[in-house]
Design a protein around this ligand. Structure first.
Ligand code: NOJ
Length: 508
């Protein structure tokens, strides 16, 4: 029987998201690669994260920069080789880091051999691996819209039918009601589990089940794209199927699913009864404005609306949205947001570069490459002061983020007051404080603009104060407290600067 007090590693972990094209290049093509990741693992250990999630590095025509996979069981040559992946997994494990890979089950690339075969004729044995339908008098089978604009169906001249794609036409949706598709995708999971990965970040997992009748979506939903509403009950059984597979491997392999449904009750349902996803991304903080009311609401709702046992997750940024520093407009608030992120109850995900306080790059129109307009947050990581910032080329695939001569890993490592050192201090604190990693969270009354909450676990306590206001706030404290980590130096434990935050520990 499992030890009742046992906490699986992923609940105690902080996960660092690597966007491999932009982490570090080693072969001079201007695109990051797996060897670049391996080279900087020691830096991530120094930073103090526990695990990395690497966005897709599989073979791909790159219409959606890797989220259009043409071979799930090979590494794209731009990123390296399978041998590099094996070395990276081993190198991470040698350093005590866990490694999650990205699994993209909803769609393949249109260049995947499965789709090539499927589209080759109506009688292809793989025809039913994707969603093919007749049109309605020359119009698509239904009114669904795709995520990057346009309709979610593309007509295939050769076979005279339409195929479904919730994203780009180059990303046809797999038909998960076909047991052969389920078996083939389970095989992909086994392929990576056998190689030793510790789990999967699962792309738009809420989309995999489809109603075979493909009804129109109601007119009142207008032009809203399908990804934000696709929520078919059959998806849950499919998730339980691969959860059993993942759980059959030793070593507490894990899953964290991307469920792009805006409301928490829907998100909560993807935890199942502890038999679906281990974790589900909580995207509320990506859209929360910088106000006490908004953040208090997010924290309260996560506590109230996730079922008992459903372990929350927290993220401030990722490769799909503007960075937290850009959204908040200033460094002070971005520093306070780091305190918020790393003191929540749940597993935090840090998007590469947020720990350097990076802003989105300004990408001139002529250099824009992403069909979803997300280039800014995907700019390459500067490792050193200029001109090539530790990359083999001064001109990688996207422009550098602003102020890269000051905001780079080497300069910030040397600067005790940098954002990087703040992240490192917070990560070290989280590691040594069971209250922060595992404890209860209780909101406390504080002044107008100050959000205050206490974390507690087995006698360990921390009080977190976040000042969302434009003025210094003096918070009356009960008992005697000392500053553990603060986003900016503060004169006294209860005196929090404008847009500042602090973690306090009781004085003994
Ligand atoms: C979500 C991913 O995060 C995003 O980058 C991608 O474009 C879509 N899913 C489609 O795979």
């Amino acid at each position: 029987m499992a030890d009742a007090g046992h906490v699986p590693w992923w609940r105690d972990a902080v996960v660092y998201q690597i966007y491999p094209r932009s982490f570090l290049d080693t072969d001079g093509d201007g695109v990051g690669d797996l060897r670049g990741i391996e080279r900087r693992l020691d830096h991530l250990v120094w930073l103090g994260v526990d695990a990395v999630w690497i966005s897709p590095f599989y073979r791909s025509p790159m219409a959606d920069f890797g989220y259009d996979v043409s071979d799930y069981c090979d590494v794209d040559p731009r990123f390296g080789t399978l041998a590099d992946a094996d070395r990276l997994i081993a190198a991470a494990h040698e350093r005590g880091l866990r490694l999650l890979v990205d699994w993209v089950p909803n769609h393949t690339s249109d260049q995947h051999p499965w789709f090539a075969e499927s589209r080759s004729s109506r009688s292809s044995p793989k025809r039913d691996w994707y969603h093919w339908r007749d049109g309605r008098d020359g119009r698509p089978p239904n009114n669904w819209r795709a995520a990057f604009g346009g309709r979610a169906w593309t007509f295939d001249d050769a076979t005279g039918q339409w195929y479904l794609h919730l994203f780009l036409p180059q990303q046809p949706d797999l038909n998960w009601s076909n047991p052969d598709v389920v078996a083939a995708m389970h095989q992909v999971l086994r392929f990576w589990l056998d190689r030793g990965v510790d789990g999967f970040r699962i792309d738009v997992v809420h989309c995999i089940g489809k109603d075979p009748a493909f009804p129109d979506q109601p007119a009142q939903l207008g032009e809203i794209d399908r990804v934000g509403i696709q929520n078919e009950p059959t998806t849950h059984e499919l998730i339980r199927g691969f959860r059993r597979l993942v759980d059959s491997y030793p070593g507490e392999r894990t899953t964290v699913g991307e469920v792009n449904l805006g409301d928490l009750p829907s998100i909560a349902s993807f935890y199942g009864r502890g038999d679906e996803l281990h974790m589900v991304f909580n995207f509320l903080p990506l859209h929360a404005p910088w106000t006490k009311a908004a953040w208090q609401d997010v924290i309260e709702r996560v506590a109230q609306e996730l079922p008992t046992g459903a372990w929350p997750t927290w993220a401030l940024s990722n490769h799909d949205v503007r960075r937290i520093r850009t959204r908040l407009g200033g460094e002070d608030a971005a520093r306070a947001a780091a305190v918020l992120l790393l003191t929540q109850r749940g597993t935090p995900f840090v998007y590469q570069g947020d720990e350097l306080g990076l802003e989105d790059a300004v990408v001139p129109d002529a250099h824009r490459v992403d069909p979803g307009g997300r280039d800014g947050c995907r700019a390459p990581l500067p490792w050193e002061p200029g001109p090539s910032h530790g990359w083999p080329t001064p001109s990688p695939w996207l422009p550098w983020p602003p102020e890269a001569d000051a905001r780079n890993a080497a300069s910030e490592r040397d600067d005790r007051a940098s954002m990087l050192r703040l992240y490192r201090d917070l990560l070290a604190l989280r590691r040594r404080s069971p209250a922060l990693r595992r404890g209860s969270l209780h909101l406390r009354d504080a002044l107008d603009d100050v959000l205050a909450y206490e974390r507690e676990w087995g006698g360990d306590r921390r009080l977190v104060l976040v000042n969302f206001g434009d003025r210094e706030a003096e918070v009356p404290l009960e008992g005697s407290w000392a500053v553990d980590v603060a986003s900016r130096p503060q004169p006294e434990p209860g005196v929090v600067p404008a847009h500042g935050a602090a973690v306090l520990a009781p004085e003994r």
